[in-house]
Every structure is written in C-alpha cells, then in structure tokens.
Design a protein around this ligand. Structure first.
Ligand code: NAD
Length: 346
C-alpha cells in the first residue's frame, strides 16, 4: 500500500472544514497541519498542528500537497507561495479575482512546473461526466440551444458579512461561476456574451439577479438565468445531491440542452429523441440515463491525490479556470455597457 499523502490546509472556514471531512474519509491522504491566522479551532478539534502563517507551516511541515480555502483575494499569492516550494495544490474557486491576477499565476506556474487543480468540483460529479459523454457521443446531434438556471433564496443572515454585499461578490462571481464553468465543459468554449443584471430585490451594491446570453464557439446559443433572491426549485444545488446545506428538489432540472437529434435535461439525464419519423406531430421517445450518486468533492480529492503524485493532469487547470473568469469579466462589462462582449483569455 502507498504511504498516505501528507496534506496541509490553508484556511479553516466553512469550506476548509468540508475539505478536512473529505480527507478524513480518504485512506490515501492524511491531514497533517492547518494554517489560519484567525482560528485554531479545527486544528485543535482534529489534534494536529496549527500555524498562524501558511509560509511558516509550509517550511516547517513540508507537506506533500496543500488545499487552499482562504478568502478569494488571497488565492493567487498563496498558490504562488506553494509553487515556489514545489508543492502541488488544490486551489478553491474562483482561481483569482481578475484576469490580471490569473495571468500572474499562469506565469508563476510556467516557471515552477508544479500542478494546480482548481476547485470547480461540479465537473467531478458523475452526472456531469455522464452528461458530457452523452453530448460527446453525438446523441444530441448538433447542439443548438442551452437553457440554464441557478435560482434560489439565500437566507438574509448570509449577507451579514459585508464583503458579500460589495463588488467582488454578487451572484455571478459567487454562484454562476460554477454554472459557467460546467456549461463550458459540457457545451464548449463561450465566444461572446450579452447580459443584464439587477440589484433591486436586495438593494445591495452587487447584483442579486442576472440574465446572460451565451454564444458558444460551436454556434450553439444559450441563456443562463441566476438569482439569489427568489423562490425557485431550479438550480444545480437544489437539483443535485451535492452540497448539504441546500434543501433538495431532486425531481427538478436546471439545464436543458437541445440539438438537431436530441434533447437532454440535467441532472435527470433524460434524453428525448424521435423514433422512426421526426416532426412536431410525432411523439418523442425518452431514455433515462442512470449515474452513481458519488460525492463530487470526494472524487475531486481522489483526483487531486493523483495530480499531486504526478499520475494525472488536473481536470481543471489554472488556464482553464481563468477562461471562466474571462467570461465573467465579459458578462460584467456587457451588463455595464449593454453591448455584446468577447471574453479576453489571459
Ligand atoms: N467549491 C465550492 O463550492 C465553494 C463553496 C464555498 C466556498 N468556496 C471557496 O472557498 C474559499 C473559502 O470560503 P469559505 O466559505 O470557507 O469562507 P470562510 O470565510 O468561511 O473561511 C475562510 C477562512 O480563511 C481564513 N483566512 C483568512 N485569511 C487567511 C490567511 N491569510 N491564511 C489562511 N487563512 C486565512 C479565515 O480565518 C477563515 O477561517 C473561498 O475562496 C470560496 O470561494 C468554494
């Protein structure tokens, strides 16, 4: 049996705690130390070493790999500290706060050749894998339209933290970033966007609702509707059994894809096609595709261990995650100017 990989955690808040839980269930890894300047609670609970500064921890503990789950604006500098010490890392999303920051990280990675996996965990969900296989097998024919939704009602106390009401937060960067990443993965690169945003339901500086139009490079057209202030059962987090805090509406769908040969609802993976004859007067035949209910985060960790051991390429690289960030920049600009925008890749 291989020796468990020694993992250190940077940032022991809500997400860091979840990562510690996944590591505890993984026999091929052990959590050896935690760095968080504001809390030693998680390290004390587990009974491992706590450090206030992550550089001190990296130099003293010399972990095999690191999980970074600190605030967004520290992601790039922290990841670079790991790269400079030759330590592979799983970096939480968003990879950076801007395209410029993402470029700095890409340049640092080119200098050091150390792998980084970005935490867009939905891609590791078996439902996403199965949906991608159905699309790639050509079961939808030529993809023409994509309809996506992430709509829910965040509890009012979610906004008690000031940063969540100010630029740098908002439903697009915090939540729709996951949908945009997954839609890029499933449907291909996004060539241009148009968007409208609203902040009138909550009245904060950042948007609470957005409608985004997407033009994919393969010619498909899409719309993504998002809101954190509405009553709705439609969104990945309500429709997929993945994130524990969400009440589940597992019978509802959040993405609808339609092509020249078939249509697919996600996450149900119901595939609609014509039988022998096509045309709206004919009944569609539907097939249900099953998929295992494994945890996306647990699978992400298993994949990260392979990446850290040099046995696999990251499923979501820094450059890949930076392209999703570029799409978000374009969406914000489109909403501001009212004009179609082309994402500028770092
Ligand atoms: N993949 C997902 O679905 C998902 C979900 C939630 C959050 N996240 C990401 O995880 C990260 C953390 O989010 P969260 O919800 O846990 O936030 P949080 O505020 O609960 O936790 C952040 C932690 O980082 C600590 N911290 C602050 N400065 C630090 C520093 N210099 N070094 C180390 N630790 C420091 C804080 O003390 C806090 O404990 C964010 O980047 C967020 O975007 C990802």
């Amino acid at each position: 049996m291989t020796t468990p990989l020694k993992i250190a955690l940077i940032g022991a808040g809500a997400m860091g705690r979840q990562h510690a839980g996944y590591i505890a269930k993984e026999s091929a890894a052990s959590l050896v130390a935690i760095a968080d300047p504001f809390s030693s609670a998680l390290a004390d609970e587990i009974g491992i070493k706590h450090f206030a500064g992550h550089c001190e921890m990296l130099d003293q503990v010399r972990p095999d790999a690191v999980i970074i789950a600190n605030p967004n604006d520290l992601h790039v500098t922290t990841a670079i500290d790991c790269l400079e010490r030759g330590i592979p890392n799983l970096l939480e999303k968003p990879v950076a706060c801007s395209r410029e920051e993402a470029s700095q990280l890409i340049a640092a990675q080119q200098r050091h050749s150390v792998p980084i996996l970005v935490g867009h965990h939905r891609r590791h969900n078996p439902v996403a894998e199965r949906a991608k296989a159905i699309i790639d097998e050509g079961r939808l024919g030529r993809l023409a339209t994509v309809t996506g939704m992430w709509q829910t009602c965040k509890p009012d106390d979610y906004f008690s933290m000031e940063w969540r009401r100010r630029p740098g937060a908002g439903v697009i960067l915090i939540n729709l970033v996951h949908d945009l990443d997954l839609l890029r993965h499933l449907c291909g690169e996004i060539a241009s966007v148009q968007a409208m945003t609203q902040n009138s339901l909550r009245g904060f500086e950042v948007e609470d609702s957005a409608v985004i139009q997407l033009e994919f490079a393969n010619g498909a057209l899409g719309s993504l509707t998002g809101s954190d202030a509405v009553v709705s059962p439609w969104g990945w987090d309500q429709n997929v059994n993945e994130v524990p805090i969400f009440a589940k509406h597992l019978e509802q769908s959040c993405y609808f894809l339609a092509g020249s040969e078939g249509a697919l609802s996600i996450p149900q993976l119901t595939l609609w096609r014509y039988g022998d004859t096509r045309g709206w007067q004919h009944q569609l035949v539907c097939e249900s595709h099953r998929y295992p209910q494994d945890s996306a985060q647990q699978r992400q960790l298993a994949h990260f261990l392979k990446v850290a051991r040099g046995l696999a390429e990251p499923l979501v690289s820094v450059a890949d995650a930076a392209r999703t960030l570029a799409v978000i920049d374009a969406i914000q600009e489109a909403a501001r100017t009212g004009q179609r925008q082309v994402p500028l890749t770092p």
